[in-house]
Design a protein around this ligand. Sequence first.
Ligand code: 5AD
Ligand code: SF4
Length: 469
Amino acid sequence: MDLNTIERNDPDSASQSAAAASAPAKKVFVKTYGCQMNVYDSQRMTDALAADGYTATDVIADADLVLLNTCHIREKAAEKVYSELGRIRDMKAERAAVGREMLIGVAGCVAQAEGAEIIRRSPAVDLVIGPQTYHRLPDVLARVRGGEKIVETEYAIEDKFEHLPQPKRAEMIKRGVTAFLTVQEGCDKFCTFCVVPYTRGSEVSRPVAQIVAEAERLADAGVREVTLLGQNVNAWHGKGEDSMEWGLGRLLFRLAEIPGLARLRYTTSHPRDMNDELIAAHRDLPALMPYLHLPVQSGSDRILKAMNRRHTAKDYLALLERIRAARGDIALSGDFIVGFPGETDADFEATMDLVGQVNYASAFSFKYSPRPGTPGADMPDHVPEAVKDERLQRLQALLLKQQQDFGLGLVGSTIDTLIEKPGRQAGQKVGRSPWLQPVIVDEKAGEIGDIIRVRITKTGYNSLFAELA
Ligand code: 5AD
Ligand code: SF4
């Protein structure tokens, strides 16, 4: 059967554009690496390509265009991209043998950091496009089809969000009852381990009106929970509808007024930008979920200084105390790096000690990976891999224990759950707790999009099992 016929008969793709209606729909396969910001960007690129006549496919061999939206945060991320490009090159050759095209594009932070080097290392790649220029994707593709290879990594002066088309309502509905919304991009903090200030550029906040309009469209398409995204999301600021300068706290209050939006979250935050207004939002805004991802990276003041975090372990703990005083049931999550240059056993013990004091509900921990061009890479006293491995194992064991204890502590309690999707097993649905854990319930417990009261009966590896309360 001709797959393109099915595509054209699909009501969603039929309405997409004149180009799609007159020619067989082109297909794009997008693979996303890294953070939620990239997940959001991939959706917006897909939307921009839909306006250009592309429909999304999950089958890479069927794709006329393959886009890898890459992450550069740690070494393996970029290496995975290069090995994936090797596999895709073979598929491109197979398609070429039967007279079909497959364009290959690399987007995201590896694209920004490596630029033309990607095409030198993987000549099958046709385009390299950095995170600030996605709105130019249709233009870039037109030039690629004209036979050019394109590297587009200049920081654009125009606002990409203003130029990126919004998805169709039908597409939004398909994407489910939770959504990401990028409100801020880039970073001016220059932690000495991190590439983000170089790959994503300096801190930029999207304007209030743009954010509110996007949140309203999401709510109109049935979204119940929105997670505001930014590399430094709590540094977001902008001129409000009352002409006053708003911070993230004020913005959250405004978004909570939108009918249908029941839950709000934000990630990722820097401890130095947790201001009183935002802490007050945790106290006074029931829609703001009691979960905070607040990376500290290390518990040693010496290492924190070398990392240019510009706060001490004590500052961090004092801040958590204020946040917990505002919202007693708040769950904390964090990021940690072990084996930063110069980290001694005593420094690492300070991290273990801090983790012991905080009690995290979840956390991410990594071995330090020198990123070319960052100050950390040039620091003396790099820590041997074996030492990093050992420290990471110890830290992760402690964090896992805390995460499991947090789940166990919920057994027997009654909580709200937003039902998100069908379960992997027949007869089940999966919801989300206020603290981001998947909650498995009987499928008859409610409809997708409902927020139901459930009693937690037991814990799974990373999830909770519950029955209607
Ligand atoms: N090496 C290891 N981990 C890193 N992270 C950022 N840069 C590096 C690096 N060079 C981690 C930090 C950050 C998270 C997103 O990734 O913990 O918070
Ligand atoms: Fe990776 Fe950071 Fe870029 Fe996200 S912003 S894709 S985590 S490097």
